[in-house]
Design a protein around this ligand. Sequence first.
Ligand SMILES: C[S@@+](CC[C@H](N)C(=O)[O-])C[C@H]1O[C@@H](n2cnc3c(N)ncnc32)[C@H](O)[C@@H]1O
Length: 350
Amino acid sequence: MPPRRRPRVPGSRSTPAGEHVPILLDEILSVLAPLESAIVVDCTVGFGGHAQRLLQQLGPRGQLFGFDLDGTYLETVQRRLAAVGTPFRLVQTNFAAIVPVLAEAGVPQVDAILADLGMSSMQVDDPQRGFSSRRDGPLDMRMDRSRGRTAAEVLRDLSRDELAQAFREWGDEPQAERIAQAIVQQRRVRPLQRTSELTQLILRAAPVQEVQNHPGALPFRRQKWLPVTRVFQALRILVNRELANLQALLRCLPQVLKPGGRVAILSFHSGEDRLVKAAFREGFHQGIYQRIAEEPIRPTEAEKLANPRSRSAKLRWAVRADATKTTTTAAAIVPSPGTPGTESKASPFS
Ligand SMILES: C[S@@+](CC[C@H](N)C(=O)[O-])C[C@H]1O[C@@H](n2cnc3c(N)ncnc32)[C@H](O)[C@@H]1O
């Protein structure tokens, strides 16, 4: 009998319900290329897709730490990764806390670090999480549901100008002011509670002029939806303080990577990619990184077609400089009292 296929999520051509298809998987493996004895951190373990393949590269002396802000899927991922048979440990934490979390585990420096930013398909596809404009649910959007303000609270509390700025900066939304104004008017009557209410408000407040005869122009039904997608993205970034967390991780990398250790960061938003590019370039000029990606690695057309969620992905990588260059330059970027020096073991990367 042929194996039964898992149902697909409506609107997604690729992802079975309750799963996440890892993006640029082969490229990430070849960038990080961990040796069997490597210690690897997956900062955003999600459904464990990247982690599973990384674990398969490691031997019994290797180890993987998987972090995620969202504890919802960790039990499932625990079972998935246990099947590989290589040592690993999952921790529900913000990757911004990588230094104390690794220190507590007695592993101050590691050989490879991956961060696959943004949200997983499971999070988007669950209407109760409020991430998707296509499914009605509460306006929550918190990755860690145990703390922080929900999207509904942010929309209720921020000023018109603060909302407009977020939509402009983190959503690249040209009609940011009009949308912010409409939200402020609406909340005087009744604050927004549901994703469908926000979606309808944006569609009314920011009608889109059809762009025609433009090479690569989207069909009009998708153009109309762009302001909604951009505002939802900006709100998610705001609710989860995503850029601040990324900046904190970028600052910690020189401290937690062994000499010769590698980092790969997969981003889905121009603001994130700019931060990664700037940090790697600055680190390269300061001698902290010996090599960095000149250009981001992008998914192939075949991957974009098979997994539309990969469309905007950009992968950047950097290799930590040798021990001789580490101490002063790392300290210059990360002035932390606990900065480890160069006494760590040599990297297992050849
Ligand atoms: C794109 S998914 C990762 C998917 C994963 N690579 C896989 O193959 O299944 C991103 C994950 O990062 C988590 N995340 C986002 N920001 C985080 C942060 N600051 N610290 C830890 N995890 C975070 C999200 O909860 C989500 O599960």
